[in-house]
Write a protein that binds this ligand. Structure first.
Ligand code: WT7
Length: 647
């Protein structure tokens, strides 16, 4: 733990929406009287039919339900667009900054509204309606936001698949949610390189399991020639040109689904995290406003991709519901050079900047000259998300990017939580580098021991949340039993996060990382089981065990122990082939950093792989293996140590 404490800067405290006293009072009310608190704050969005009930939740695994504002009706796109038209129709809603630094575009609320209405009508004409699923497989271009909002406008459920995922991964998600329409582009552009999205989508849709797709909408991004299926494929610009700009928003219930987003768990295939409309929007917009101390007129930039939940809540829904100006960046931090982030901050006079520790560490390695080349005087608030930020990276971010004037909000949350749960508020919370600090309003964290007993005071434990908040996921798409199993069965009557945490004497939380078999590579979540099943799907592989390994830039890297089928030779060529294979099965983010050929794996007598030992060897801490006497064959460990890859 870092010893440094950074008090709230005076000018921030003076102008912030929430100061210390206000935080304390609001937090107290939020947990003592959730109905009163959320009943009042639910009014921050526009309802078609106002709710009369606020919270209706049972965390009992035998009878589990989570409902917020259940008799209210609304439309999410109308909240993000229509209600702003009168006051800020001509204000910029989205600043698009292209991969090419010479390309940028300002899209006003009026313009975004018109584009959304057109595309919503186009989707309608394809037969898409309330409750239908639409998969979005797009680069970071304005059409991604338009597609989300167009689905929301007609009550369709979107499911975004990150553009870096492979055709196989895309196929699995399209099949699982039974999408009627897939939206993609001819190509994507990242760091000057083209990504063949349409070709990937064609391949995905040719999978035998994918039967539901009727139309593929293709955005022309690079103009590259692409294969065309005349009965299935349509151009985005053509269907939009033909559509009317008049599209009344569809009235949906607060608990009607808004989107499904697939995320990795510790077992099996990725699960479709389902979020609903009313509570989600209240929570995303409220956290966006208070966590980033968003003020009217601020230019706000979150560098995530809309393929992740961060992009859903804090590029699109939260900021637009608040009438903010949100920046969408198509490119990468290193292109054309390592000053790109800071150039974009200078160019668009960004006030609030939200990024991931992995990006900070990568840029830190390039040296401060890249930062100092840019005028960063517009910055007021900095944010971090996706994984624990190491104090060294925090201090660098604070000193060189924030010039010691900008509070850093280290925001802890998950795809499942819909919005930020543990975080500083800029005007209220003294900062400790590496700590996500204190809970947001309505959030009741607790630390449990492995038997489920709640621990008090300064301690380490399993991080759980004791009661619901409006942005919480409602189910796993198509598998409610899995939802209950995953989040509500490990411990009784609490939401289990899967993270471990420490609480210090000031009540500050320090997230220590996953306690399950999920790893975090560059802020991207991956189930070790997923990588293992990709490896064993290869004809030459008999068995595989995958663990996370500390990595300077990525936070965690992927270390795979592979046992080959009898008679197969462990060659360098095969190693490269397996890396390529995993990239093809899942996507480049799942590329193993190390593959160790292992004739055997350390197993207990009952056949369970002892991952603790594999993690230690991968981390090159082979002298700290602990008790190995329960292994069926302790001899395997010597071989694993001798041939370890990460020295
Ligand atoms: C997991 C969730 C939250 C949106 C992006 C990732 C880790 C996330 C932090 C943080 C320490 C963090 C946790 C969590 N995580 N933010 N500020 N400090 N760890 O969403 O892919 O659902 O991953 O990311 O381990 O469980 P996700």
């Amino acid at each position: 733990m870092s010893a440094n404490v950074y008090p709230v800067p005076g000018d921030i405290a003076k102008n912030a929406l929430i100061d210390k006293a206000k935080y304390d009072a609001m937090y107290k009310q939020s947990v003592e009287d959730p109905d009163g608190f959320w009943g009042e704050h639910g009014k921050r969005i526009d309802w078609i039919k106002p709710y009369t009930k606020v919270k209706n939740v049972s965390y009992d695994a035998k009878d589990l339900y989570i409902k917020w504002y259940e008799d209210g009706t609304l439309n999410v796109s109308a909240n993000c667009l229509d209600r702003h038209l009168e006051k800020r129709g001509d204000q910029t809603a989205i600043i698009f900054e292209g991969d090419d630094p010479n390309v940028s575009e300002h899209i006003t609320y009026r313009d975004l509204h018109e584009r959304t209405c057109r595309f919503a009508n186009a989707l309608k004409s394809m037969g898409v309606g309330k409750g239908d699923r639409v998969v979005i497989y797009l680069p970071m271009i304005p059409e991604a936001a338009v597609s989300m909002l167009a689905c929301a406008r007609i009550g369709a459920i979107h499911s975004i698949v990150f553009g870096g995922f492979s055709p196989e991964a895309l196929a699995g998600r399209v099949e699982d949610c039974g999408a009627k329409v897939v939206i993609t582009s001819d190509e994507g552009l990242r760091g000057g390189r083209a990504v063949p999205l349409k070709r990937n989508a064609d391949e995905a849709l040719s999978h035998p399991g994918v039967k539901s797709v009727e139309k593929m909408v293709v955005v022309k991004r690079t103009g590259k020639d692409v294969a065309w299926n005349d009965t299935r494929d349509v151009w985005y610009h053509e269907v939009c040109a033909a559509a009317s700009t008049d599209c009344p928003p569809t009235e949906v219930n607060a608990e009607d689904p808004l989107f499904v987003l697939y995320t990795s768990g510790s077992t099996g295939k990725p699960k479709g995290v389902l979020h609903t409309s009313g509570g989600y929007l209240v929570y995303a917009s409220m956290t966006h406003q208070y966590v980033f101390d968003y003020h009217e007129g601020d230019i706000y930039w979150c560098t995530a991709d809309v393929g992740w939940v961060t992009g859903h809540s804090y590029i699109v829904y939260g900021p637009l519901a608040n009438g903010a100006t949100t920046l969408m960046f198509e490119g990468v931090p290193s292109y054309p050079d390592a000053s790109r982030f800071w150039q974009v901050c200078e160019k668009h006079k960004v006030n609030i900047f939200y990024t991931a520790p992995t990006a900070i560490r990568a840029l830190m390695r390039e040296g401060v000259d890249w930062v100092n080349k840019a005028d960063l005087s517009s910055l007021r608030i900095l944010g971090s998300v996706g994984e624990p930020i190491n104090p060294e990276a925090w201090e660098w971010y604070h000193e060189h990017v924030g010039k010691r004037n900008c509070p850093i909000v280290d925001t802890w949350w998950q795809t499942e939580t819909g919005g930020i749960l543990i975080t500083p508020l800029p005007g209220a919370t003294d900062l400790k580098p590496g700590s996500a600090t204190l809970p947001f309003f309505g959030v009741q964290p607790a630390l449990l021991d492995n038997e489920g007993k709640e621990l008090t005071g300064a301690t380490d434990g399993n991080l759980v949340i004791k009661d619901s908040w409006p942005g919480q996921m409602r189910t796993v798409y198509g598998d409610h039993e899995r939802f209950i199993q995953t989040y509500f069965s490990t411990f009784d009557k609490v939401y289990t996060t899967g993270d471990g945490a420490r609480r210090d004497d000031d009540g500050y939380y320090w997230i220590t990382g996953r306690v399950d078999d999920v790893i975090n590579v560059s802020g991207h979540r991956m189930g070790t089981a997923e990588v293992e099943s990709a490896l064993v799907a290869h004809a030459k592989v008999a068995e595989a065990a995958v663990v996370g390994v500390p990595h300077d830039i990525k936070g965690q890297g992927i270390y795979a122990y592979v046992t080959l089928n009898a008679g197969e030779e462990p060659t360098e060529e095969l190693r490269l082939e397996l890396v390529k294979w995993v990239r093809k099965e899942i996507g480049p983010i799942a590329s193993p950093d190390f593959i160790q050929w292992s004739p055997g794996l350390p197993k207990t007598r009952s056949g369970k792989i002892m991952r603790r030992i594999l993690r230690k060897i991968a981390a090159n801490e082979y002298d700290q293996l602990g008790d190995t006497s329960t292994l069926a064959d302790p001899g395997v460990v010597d071989d694993l140590i001798e041939n370890r890859q990460n020295r």
